[in-house]
Each structure stands twice: as structure tokens, then as C-alpha cells.
Unconditional design. Structure first.
Length: 77
């Protein structure tokens, strides 16, 4: 199934128009945490704090399947 990793950031909504094929909701959660960590690391290098940004992940039908706050991804196992 294709999932879309939309970002809500400081009141703005950045839609993911491409999405990514993933086999399960566990894989979606893992990808969201991994990508949030990567984006936060890049943000640190450029001086942009992203810890309050949130992935709002939707499925192909537009249904919200999970949300991950970037700041929570740091301590997520």
C-alpha cells in the first residue's frame, strides 16, 4: 500500500504528493521515525528546529493512519 508522509510544521501543511510503498503499519511507523530523525539532524546543521513538526501519515484513501511528532522520534525505540 502507498502511504503519504505529510508534514505539519508551525501551522503550515506540506503535502507529500509522491508517497512510498510500504508493506505494513509497522513499516510506516519505522519509516516515519527514521525520516524524522534524519530531517531533524539536517535541521540542526542548518539551524532550523523541527522538534515540533509532525508527520501526518495517510493511506491511499486519505485516511490518517498515524502521526509522529519529530521530537518524539528522538526517544522512540
Amino acid at each position: 500500500m502507498r502511504y503519504f508522509f505529510n508534514i505539519r510544521e508551525q501551522g503550515d501543511f506540506l503535502a507529500d504528493d509522491t508517497g512510498v510503498e510500504l508493506p505494513s503499519l509497522d513499516a510506516v511507523q519505522t519509516e516515519a521515525v527514521r525520516t524524522a530523525r534524519e530531517m531533524m539532524a539536517d535541521g540542526i546543521l542548518t539551524g532550523k528546529a523541527l522538534d515540533e513538526s509532525v508527520f501526518e501519515v495517510t493511506d491511499e484513501k486519505g485516511k490518517l493512519v498515524t502521526s509522529v511528532r519529530f521530537g518524539d522520534a528522538v526517544s522512540h525505540d
